[in-house]
Design a binder for this molecule. Structure first.
Ligand code: ZN
Ligand code: ZN
Length: 490
């Protein structure tokens, strides 16, 4: 068997907790190096740029199901049959993951080649037309090196990139070879490197952050990320600049109102001036449009900056299905008639295993339905009443007696910059938010900081979708409305 050919589509491997921790403990750090192996089930998605493969569930060997023979891992048949049957009950792909000794490259040996061919053929009888994933892990210096390949339609594709949730020390060694280091950091980020180390800069430089929303919150986060050295930003927003945005949209100009400049383009223009090293992809569109899902499922981190309930649901769904760590941020002012009772900043963590915003009680179904209406219908009182009736709501505070005032620049800027800081913490592996759902109230003593963690509801489909990618049995929670215009790259 030959290895992956150079021209094939590259593979992005995504790993998240709790499976990533189990993988490190049971396979990489197994007491007997010859017993370091496990099968697993994977979701996947084909995008124009790559094949994204997501670890959905490890199926660890039980006693006597795996062993050492002639200095290599040997898999006993009951284990293989058990795995094939587990896969048949799903639409997921099967893979085998084994470890190499500390310091050894995660490069496939001839024995590994033979085993991969054998397993791929065996499993194809049980689960035809699904990829087969083969991964090798090893500890090399301070990092966990991952070599691997995926067989799709009979063709082997190389794992070229690994995105591991909050573990930037887990890195791809394409074809089992050590990757090249990025160039040394520029003088402008000397303070970042002195605070977090050279390695932190290198991690930021090879990172991609996708932002849903480039309004008040997003436009505050974007320059922070770019100036810190994030290598690539994907800026997604479906709207253009209106006159009310000028108060809080960083980088916007009065002339953008007449020109109807897309908000994503404002971000691109600003970054071209202030952070020319940062590669920017500006897109007019919304989640979960297909092209947008393709883009964000390939990012290292996703930021939700829209303050829309529908968008928050879609961001959390991407986090769970495709294992993209996400931070959602926003703010609001409570009060009426010039009396302000609360000025809230909220930051919500959406890791793959975190409950979705519906479980967390953050979603009004009525408001979701309202957000997905065409713009003219959103202002039509008759449509609002019809919607409320259809949803069985007779008196919804979101539709009548709204106790909220439009948010203002210092709130959106606070939310966006704080969230960007936590994004840098994850990308560098240097710090972690110590909350699940943080709320600050600017007019409470000591900002009234509270964490509002919430357990997943047992009947919510979010828990079952983790790592299932496009093979998830449940449909995405938000459908793309027919009136949304096609995605535009600007
Ligand atoms: Zn091996
Ligand atoms: Zn849920």
């Amino acid at each position: 068997m030959t290895g992956a050919s150079g021209g094939a589509r590259p593979v992005l491997l995504r790993l998240a907790q709790p499976d990533l921790g189990m993988l490190i403990e049971a396979v990489l750090d197994a007491p007997d190096p010859f017993e370091g192996g496990s099968f697993a089930l994977f979701g996947w998605r084909e995008t124009g740029a790559s094949t994204i493969v997501t670890l959905a569930r490890l199926i660890l060997p039980e006693a006597d199901e795996i062993g050492a023979g002639d200095g290599r891992v040997s898999i006993n048949h009951p284990y293989l049959r058990r795995v094939a049957q587990a896969a048949q009950a799903t639409r997921l792909a099967v893979g085998f993951i084994h470890s190499h000794p500390r310091g050894a490259a995660p490069k496939a040996s001839e024995t590994d080649d033979d085993m991969d061919s054998y397993l791929a053929n065996y499993l194809a009888d049980f689960c035809p037309d699904r990829p087969f994933v083969s991964l090798i892990l090893s500890r090399v210096e301070q990092e966990i090196a991952v070599g691997g390949r995926v067989q799709v339609d009979g063709e082997w594709r190389t794992v070229a990139r690994v995105a591991a949730e909050r573990r930037p020390d887990v890195v791809a060694w394409p074809g089992g070879d050590r990757p090249a280091l990025p160039p040394p950091p520029p003088e402008s980020v000397a303070r970042m490197t002195s605070a977090f180390g050279l390695e932190a800069y290198q991690r930021l430089a090879r990172s991609t952050v996708a932002l849903i929303g480039a309004g008040g919150t997003g436009s505050a986060a974007i320059p922070i990320l770019a100036r810190a050295g994030v290598g690539r930003l994907i800026v997604i927003d479906g709207d253009h600049v209106t006159v009310s945005n000028l108060e809080r949209l960083h980088g916007s100009r009065p002339s953008d109102v007449d020109a109807a400049t897309p908000k994503a383009l404002v971000a691109k223009r600003t970054l071209a001036e202030y952070a020319p090293h940062c590669e920017v992809e500006a897109v007019v569109g919304r989640l979960p449009q297909r092209d947008i899902v393709d883009l964000v499922a390939g990012a290292d981190l996703l930021m939700g900056c829209t303050d829309q309930h529908s968008s928050r649901i879609a961001v959390a769904d991407i986090a769970a299905r495709y294992l993209v760590p996400a931070i959602d941020c926003g703010g609001l002012i409570e009060g009426a008639d010039g009396v302000v009772t609360g000025q809230l900043v909220q930051i919500v963590r959406f890791l793959a295993a975190d409950p979705c915003p519906v479980c967390r009680g953050m979603i009004s179904p009525l408001r979701v339905a309202q957000e997905l209406l065409p713009a003219e219908a959103r202002l039509d009182p008759a449509r609002q009443v019809a919607l409320a009736t259809a949803a069985g709501v007779r008196h919804d505070p979101i539709l009548s007696a709204v106790p909220q005032i439009d948010t203002v620049g210092y709130i959106t800027t606070t939310a966006g910059t704080l969230a960007a800081g936590f994004a840098i913490g994850w990308l560098t592996g240097r710090f972690d938010p110590k909350f699940e759902r943080l709320q600050l109230d600017l007019v409470s003593p000591c900002l009234g900081a509270v964490d509002r963690p919430q357990a997943a509801k047992p009947d919510c489909p979010c828990a079952a979708s983790r790592g299932h990618a496009d093979q998830n049995a449940a449909a995405p929670p938000i459908a793309v409305p027919a009136h949304w215009p096609a995605v535009r790259f600007v």
